[in-house]
Design a binder for this molecule. Structure first.
Ligand code: NAG
Ligand code: NAG
Ligand code: NAG
Length: 291
């Protein structure tokens, strides 16, 4: 091996170690089994929003009242722009006077009914690593934030996501200071350790399928204060209920979707309405969810 080869191999190895040191890679081994198996659900819903371009990326925008409507970023699951997902954010936007923007991070190449489940775990792991926070999701998110600062004059944003999007939301809530309220719904590959880096208020909404998130919640409560976090587990709704796998024929899921919508709406309105750059004070606070 020549010296330049050594240098290249060394640089690659160093880069890899730096990424590892920054945060653990998305790990499919800790993704709930339900997530790796269950398929998107068919729907006849007709989305109410519009789609625009930012560079080479589409952005779905829910209907909104006016320029003052609070901008909230939403990160979908790996099934991309699914009409079930659009229905859930259309409803939330109407309930909270939000302008919810859903970037097409996967550039029109999500997993679909025909490519899911992937033939093995390795294939899924590779797919997710090519769309990691470090690879391009952080850069895309920063570009979206800059764009909406220009378009609306706002400088603080809400952000939430489900499944894969939940993991991306935790990264954003840890690194991007513009995010002032966040929520994760049935997240995947989120570890308790990650709670130690979260800086934005964050509400946890697991389904019946994710690991216990109370330890994560306890860390957030101690670091951010009781009013700047919350935890509600839906014990009778499966992983996926807030995304492409929403089943509007299942009353337990409809109930979970409605309650999730109400909790996020209230939490985000409260967090985003304060002018101060510091966290909310928590005296006499009553959580909208159940701990
Ligand atoms: C989603 O809704 C749009 C608008 O009604 C429709 O054109 C599209 O075919 C739907 N997608 C699927 C996969 O059904
Ligand atoms: C949706 O829920 C209904 C009611 O529980 C159930 O009969 C149906 O099989 C579900 N559909 C899918 C695709 O899981
Ligand atoms: C908060 O900020 C808004 C917009 O910048 C301003 O109109 C409002 O008066 C401020 N409220 C307080 C309590 O400072």
């Amino acid at each position: 091996m020549s010296i330049s080869m050594f240098a290249i191999v060394g640089a690659i190895a160093l880069n890899f170690l730096l990424v590892l040191a920054h945060s653990p890679v998305y790990d499919v081994k800790i993704v709930p089994e339900t997530c790796k198996k269950s398929m998107p659900v068919q729907t006849n819903y007709k989305p109410l929003g519009t789609t625009r371009k930012l560079g080479d990326m589409d952005i779905y925008e829910t209907p909104y009242r006016n320029k003052a409507s609070q901008v909230v970023l939403f990160v979908y699951d790996i099934f991309g722009f699914h009409n079930n997902t659009k229905q859930n954010i259309d409803n939330l936007a109407a309930e909270g006077n939000f302008r919810i923007v859903m970037p097409d991070y996967l550039r029109g190449k999500p997993l679909t009914e025909s490519s899911f489940p992937p033939k093995d775990e390795k294939e899924l792991q590779n797919y997710l690593e090519s769309h990691s926070w470090e690879k391009h999701i952080k850069k895309d998110t920063m570009a979206v934030l800059e764009e909406y600062k220009k378009v609306t004059g706002q400088n603080k944003f809400g952000m939430f996501g489900n499944c894969w999007g939940g993991r991306m939301t935790v990264e954003a809530a840890s690194e991007l200071p513009e995010i002032k309220a966040s929520a994760i719904v049935h997240p995947s590959s989120v570890t308790t350790e990650m709670a130690k880096k979260v800086k934005a208020p964050l509400f946890l909404l697991p389904s019946q399928d994710e690991p216990d998130m109370i330890p994560f919640f306890n860390i957030l409560r101690d670091r951010l204060g009781r009013c700047n976090t919350g935890h509600r587990r839906f014990v009778d709704a499966p992983h996926g209920f807030m995304g492409a796998r929403s089943n509007y024929s299942d009353p337990a899921q409809v109930k979970a979707i409605k309650e999730t919508t109400a909790i996020i709406s209230k939490f985000f309105q409260e967090e985003l309405s304060i002018n101060s750059t510091s966290l909310r004070k928590c005296s006499n606070y009553r959580s909208p969810g159940l701990a």
